[in-house]
Design a binder for this molecule. Structure first.
Ligand code: FAD
Length: 420
């Protein structure tokens, strides 16, 4: 049986950046093996619903590292290989190729799997979900032959895909169960801004409704909604969220509560077994609560962090929740967590898309939504304020003549520190 010092199960973003960090930390040739169900080397997924969805030539940022990196550093990547079962007591992984491998330390980076709608007609041709590069290729190819697309869901996958399909010349209708787009973090005039943006692009928006069946003869032709409305469709893309990919570990000694539970060191509690990325829930050191994140920067940061801990640098993972998205020619970033906010205000001009929104609790900034047209300082301050719990003169945040720096009163750390 082949044995490795480190094994990663999963070949996505967390895995790719963990591998990069293992190399930074000086692992030797043959020390690391990546077991990946994918047909492609560890990659960044964000382009799949943005530039790459529209144009397959826009693939520069997709691979985290090319084959040369893995060869040069003696890392074995087993593509199109699924871990079928794990024996955490014996440090062994069973692969669907029939091979069994042994690990010194294991990093679980199995990410998320798609939520499927489970409605009639879900298996019809041209009903798509979007998680991997093959899905993105198929959606693009079908878009070239389609007139009408229905996008189900108004989160980031729904909004990005609807924008991409529109730019490919397809007439798009969006079916959104909430009463506005990006409902997890937009409200009021910001929600109206996105509504107007999509309407202006010719996208039909149907709120407070759900797809209940897809109809067609072999291929999808129509989407039926809960309200009884029917939409013509020669393709459908569903963005109904994801769930942590934990199936392989049910029945093992790991603590699983939807996601795999880890501590601030990415440790699972089972000796020599670590987990990171979309698949975990971890103790958020800033907000003092358990957190599950399904976004790129967390995969990047925690992947690297886990590799550092596994190679001997045992430090706690401190992360400001972060998410970014691009739609049409706009980009935005979201920092922190607005839950529990008692005050919110915008800066700039919402109706022309040049704005940021800020959320506070007890005068401490807990979240910010920043359009990319805003000065860089806003994103930078958002991150620092949230991380350092800076006390802010929140009533003046909407006044652009006042610099952000001058709104800083004191950080909570300083207030609790008798030397300050
Ligand atoms: C289309 C798309 C667009 C996105 N855009 C953004 C964005 O704009 N901004 C943002 O912040 N985030 C975005 N994300 C989210 C971000 O990409 C994810 O949070 C990130 O990919 C999580 O990384 P991960 O490695 O934990 O999981 P994944 O990248 O999902 O990787 C998990 C890997 O594990 C493999 N695997 C699972 N089980 C097994 C097994 N038993 N054996 C072997 N391999 C296995 C899977 O095949 C996969 O390769 C996007 C995601 C998608 C799908």
């Amino acid at each position: 049986m082949k044995s490795y010092k480190y094994v990663i199960i999963g070949g996505g973003t967390t895995s790719g950046y963990a591998a990069e960090e293992f190399v930074e930390q000086g692992i030797g040739e043959g020390d690391l093996c990546i077991v990946s169900a994918e047909s492609i080397l560890p990659m960044n997924r964000p382009p799949l619903s943005k530039g790459y969805l529209k144009d397959s030539h826009e693939d520069d940022e997709i691979l985290i590292n090319d084959q040369n990196f893995y060869d040069k550093n003696g890392i074995e990547v087993k593509l199109e290989t699924c871990a079928r079962s794990v024996d955490l007591g014996r440090n062994e992984v069973d692969l669907d190729t029939g091979e069994r491998i042994k690990f010194g330390k294991l990093l679980i980076a199995t990410g998320s799997s798609l939520n499927h709608l489970g409605v009639d007609g879900g298996n019809l041709q041209n009903v798509f979900y979007l998680r991997n590069i093959n899905h993105s290729d198929k959606i693009r190819e079908q878009a070239k032959q389609s007139k009408n697309a229905v996008v189900v869901g108004g989160g980031y996958i729904g909004t990005e895909t609807a924008a991409g399909l529109t730019e490919l010349g397809v007439k798009v209708s969006m079916v959104v169960p909430e009463d506005h787009l990006l409902a997890k973090f937009t409200e009021g005039e910001v929600a109206d801004f996105f509504k107007n943006l999509y309407k202006h692009q010719g996208i039909e928006l149907i709120f407070n409704d759900k797809a209940v069946s897809f109809r067609g003869n072999g291929k999808v032709e129509e989407v039926e909604l809960e309200s009884g409305k029917r939409l013509p469709a020669d393709m459908v893309v569903v963005g109904a969220g994801v769930k942590p990919n934990v199936k392989l570990f049910t029945g093992t000694a790991l603590r699983i509560n939807e996601a795999i539970q880890v501590n601030e060191y990415c440790e699972t509690g089972v000796e020599n077994v670590y987990a990171a990325g979309d698949v975990v829930e971890f103790p958020d050191q800033i907000f003092n609560k358990k957190r599950h994140v399904e976004h790129w920067e967390h995969a990047f940061e925690q992947g690297k962090h886990a590799a550092k801990v596994m190679t001997g640098k045992r430090e706690p993972y401190v992360f400001v929740p972060f998410f970014f998205s691009d739609v049409f020619d706009l980009s935005y970033e979201y920092f922190g967590d607005q839950e529990g906010a008692d005050f919110s205000a915008t800066r700039g001009n919402v109706s022309d898309g040049n704005f940021s929104q800020w959320w506070f609790k007890d005068k401490i900034c807990i979240a910010a939504f920043v359009m990319s047209s805003r000065p860089d300082e806003e994103g930078e301050k958002a991150r620092t304020w949230i991380k350092e719990k800076v006390h802010i003169d929140q009533d003046r945040i909407d006044d652009e003549s006042v610099s952000l720096k001058s709104l800083e009163l004191q950080s909570q750390h300083h207030r609790n520190d008798p030397n300050h």
